[in-house]
Design a protein around this ligand. Structure first.
Ligand code: ZN
Length: 395
């Protein structure tokens, strides 16, 4: 036996190598061993028939919340990520310096899904909808944040700052300054959450550096990315040309079909597609990353392009070149799925009532949720992690 696992007859799409063709793929010792048009099935201990299916590098979700039980947002990673095709995810600021060690010990270290993290600029992280984590400047703690980063630099790759009124009160500019200072101190990336910030968006964007990430880019709420005329605000286009990442971060309220459609028609395409999966959107409107990709295909992007934006590009954004690719010798993290035809309802946001009514973001500020009917969707078949087919019942 030359191989441990052979995936036969699938369409392999790996934008990191410009591959988009029918081929077989062999795995040995947890690594990609060969991609070839006809590999003999007798050479492998186990064979998966992927006829009619798509075989890609394991999907990477750049924005999730997976501190289950530790914050109001936390989802269980294995039942929501690896079991839906996501082999690696970035937790976007669920925890700060106070609670990251618990997140690591109780969730990350026990999960089959690989989880990296952005540390929240606030030491308390995103514990509850009822408290904005940077409303109170007492919750900043520069020294303890650096200390926690030093102790966990294998997993923490940057900083997250949520700059909406709900999370930051009037402190958005101060929070962003401190987040940049921290990101520079740890040589990490910075992700900002936008939407309804007290400071106009162009002013916040101006402060960002190349490689920093704007998430919820296509939200349809107040202070958005579109001018009243429907044009994309100039600073958003400038940001993308400067190498700032325009991320989706769908979430419960961070994605609008209308805003995304207008932005894309105006030439602002996402640089990355992420779900912002959390407890408030897993039963809809997000469901999972493949559904989020389906929405961008509905908006006109190709299958190849949406896969690029959650594998190859995402690995580059995270500076993790060992994932997001099917290169020979790379870790065998693989997702197998298929295009299903039919009539599928897709939702862009939850209704206003999900958000904390005490925050008084008036419905007048919000677009109503939109439902569209797509004639195809991406549906999950298998996830392979480190060369092993993920079988939850064997956990
Ligand atoms: Zn989020």
């Amino acid at each position: 036996m030359n191989y441990d696992l052979l995936i036969k007859n699938g369409t392999i799409i790996d934008p990191s190598q410009n591959i988009n063709k029918m081929s077989d793929l062999a795995i040995k010792d947890g690594k990609i061993a060969d991609i070839n048009e006809a590999i003999d099935y007798q050479l492998a201990k186990e064979v998966i028939d992927a006829k009619g299916k798509i075989v890609t590098p394991g999907l990477i979700d750049l924005h999730v919340h997976s501190f289950w039980g530790g914050t109001i947002y936390g989802i269980d990673p294995d039942s929501t990520l690896i079991s839906k095709g996501v082999t690696t995810a970035l937790d976007a600021g669920s925890t700060g310096s106070v609670n990251f060690p618990a997140f690591r010990n109780h969730v990350i270290d026990k999960s089959k899904t690989s989880i990296y993290a952005l540390l929240n600029v606030s030491s308390i992280g995103m514990i509850s909808n009822n408290y904005g984590e940077i409303e109170n400047m007492k919750w900043f703690d520069y020294d303890s944040t650096l200390e926690v980063f030093e102790a966990h630099r294998d997993l923490i790759i940057g900083v997250k700052a949520r700059l909406g009124r709900v999370q930051a009160g009037v402190n958005d500019i101060e929070a962003l300054k401190r987040a940049i200072e921290l990101a520079e101190a740890i040589n990490g990336i910075l992700m900002i959450h936008i939407g309804n910030s007290p400071t106009p968006l162009p002013k916040l964007i101006q402060m960002l550096r190349e490689g920093d990430i704007i998430t919820h880019s296509f939200h349809g709420i107040g202070d958005g990315i579109l001018e009243k005329s429907g044009e994309v605000i100039e600073s958003m286009k400038e940001a993308q040309s400067k190498g700032i990442i325009i991320d989706v971060g769908h979430g419960a309220g961070g994605f609008s079909f209308k805003a995304a459609d207008k932005a894309m028609t105006n030439g602002l395409l996402p640089s990355n597609i992420s779900s912002d999966l959390h407890i408030g959107n897993i039963e809809g409107p997000v469901f999972d990353l493949l559904t989020t990709l389906t929405k961008f295909m509905y908006l006109g992007m190709s299958l190849y392009d949406v896969i690029n934006l959650c594998t190859n590009k995402t690995a580059q954004i995270m500076s993790k070149v060992e994932i997001g690719t099917l290169n020979i010798g790379a870790t065998a993290d693989i997702t197998i799925f298929y295009e299903e035809e039919g009539q599928f309802k897709l939702y862009d946001r939850t209704s206003y009532s999900y958000m904390n009514p005490a925050n008084k973001i008036g419905p007048s500020n919000w677009e109503l949720p939109q439902v569209v009917i797509a004639n195809k969707r991406l549906s999950h078949s298998y996830t392979i992690k480190n060369g092993v087919v993920y079988r939850p019942w064997l956990k």
